[in-house]
Design a protein around this ligand. Structure first.
Ligand SMILES: Cc1ncc(COP(=O)(O)O)c(C=O)c1O
Length: 441
């Protein structure tokens, strides 16, 4: 090409043979790295492998024929609306229905403050987009949801973890962390928390601590982002009261139909104080113009015509049985020194291995033995979690869960014998950002 033909454009980037544009990406793209264990998860999705890794809801338990009829009927009767662009804030009727769903957790809110999003994952993205400049501080439980950590990393936030125990986030740790950050001159943009049936922790913030967390954040002027996709999937009693129920001005609440209906609709939402809501709508429009009218109306139709509360009960009973299978099998089969959380809802158990074992190093051997889990390091932004792993019970049948634990216990037993014979060795896989694919999040 001559200089004239080039129209003064800069020369093509040198790059590498794998990616010619490697030196042209924005700095933030450096944080977008696929995990080196993704390939292993591709193997783990083979039918002979029991996957305790994935976080996929068991959508087979839905009345799929009825959902099919409802979708067909929607196109026939309301096609011109369902197949048209919608508003950036979301379908007004669906937003009313969302308020009814949130009432189950003690939230009193108006449809005007709800923004419908493409799953709650997009709400997380929008919130991060409107609050975070590179280097800004976000607080999150340690461990935390891998999809949120991926978003925070994409916007170059600095994530500082707050300690969590079997009663959820530890208020004293929150207060101390805030104090230390303030003393060092840092402004915390928000606290990201999953108070109920935590992913991956499997624990729930107890009642007393909820008020403490609200008070601490209010005193420090820190916004809370409450991510609550599992709140209605509790195994005992009534749903927990949401943090948002007790502080409408200090909490942005994120909800989703992914776990109570189906993730394929990609319908979630944010409930936010007015000013933040306005920014979210603008950010939403700049991201996707508007959410799919089709799936919003389909979810609205489902809520209006189907016994959705009963369906949630069905899901809860199904997941409770699977949780019991996992906990019983762990109790009977795991070698001494392994510990784990006992979730009262949701999808996940968080297990800790004995000293000297590394969950990421064990994963290839576990997959060879036809069982998979997610290693703990992906749930921290600071490389912690090497001795931990997330075990999910939402997808496999109870007998498969038991078989998976039997295989995993065998692998851990062998690792312990190796440790006792040869001592500990450094992990063979270099540390990196562990971002499993969406079906594992
Ligand atoms: C804690 C948490 N937040 C958000 C999401 C995103 O869910 P969705 O975008 O399907 O609503 C997930 C998905 O697993 C999750 O576990």
């Amino acid at each position: 090409m001559t200089e004239e033909q080039d129209h003064g454009q800069t020369p093509a980037p040198q790059g590498s043979r794998i990616d010619a544009y490697v030196d042209r990406y924005a700095a933030r793209a450096a944080g977008m790295v696929a995990s080196e264990i993704r390939a292993l998860f591709a193997v783990a999705s083979r039918p002979e492998v029991v996957s305790l890794a994935g976080g996929m809801p068991y959508v087979t338990a839905l009345p799929l024929d009825l959902v099919g009829e409802l979708v067909a009927d929607l196109v026939t009767r309301r096609g011109p609306v369902a197949l048209q662009y919608g508003s950036g804030q979301g379908d007004p009727h669906l937003r009313e229905q969302i308020c009814e769903v949130m009432r189950m957790e003690g939230i009193e809110a108006g449809a005007d403050d709800v923004v419908v999003t493409v799953g709650s994952q997009q709400a997380l993205d929008l919130i991060t987009r409107i609050f975070i400049d590179p280097g800004d501080v976000v607080l999150a439980e340690g461990p935390s949801y891998v999809g949120a950590l991926g978003t925070f990393s994409a916007y170059q936030a600095k994530v500082v973890h707050v300690t969590m125990d079997d009663q959820g986030l530890v208020p004293e740790s929150l207060a101390q962390t805030l104090y230390a950050l303030k003393t060092a001159g840092n402004t915390v943009k928000f606290l990201y928390t999953i108070p109920t049936f935590h992913n991956p922790g499997g624990v729930t913030l107890n009642h007393a601590r909820r008020q403490q967390v609200l008070d601490i954040c209010q005193r420090a002027g820190v916004l809370i982002v409450e991510d609550n996709p599992y709140g209605l999937l509790g195994f005992d009693g009534e749903p927990m009261r949401a943090l948002r129920a007790d502080n409408p001005d200090g909490v942005v609440y994120l909800g989703s139909f992914s776990k109570t209906l189906a993730p394929g609709f990609r319908v979630g939402w944010a409930l936010a104080p007015h000013a933040i809501r306005d920014k979210l709508v603008l950010a939403m429009e700049s991201a996707v113009l508007s959410h799919s009218s089709f799936t919003q109306l389909a979810v609205g139709q489902y809520l209006a015509t189907q016994p959705w509360r009963e369906q949630i009960k069905t899901f809860r009973e199904l997941y409770r049985e699977r949780r019991d299978s996992l906990l019983d099998a762990l109790e009977v089969l795991m070698p001494p020194g392994v510990s784990w959380t006992r979730p009262a809802g949701g999808f996940f158990v968080w297990a800790t291995l004995p000293e000297g074992l590394d969950s990421k190093a064990i994963l290839p051997r576990a997959v060879a033995e036809r069982v998979a889990f997610v290693p703990g390091t992906g749930f921290f932004s600071d490389g912690s979690g090497a001795r931990q792993m997330r075990l999910s019970y939402c997808y496999p049948q109870p007998d498969r869960i038991r078989e998976g634990v039997r295989r995993l216990a065998g692998v851990i037993d062998q690792e312990l014998q190796l440790r006792d014979t040869f001592g500990t060795t450094p992990p063979p896989i270099p540390p990196g950002v562990d971002t499993p694919a969406p079906d594992l999040a």
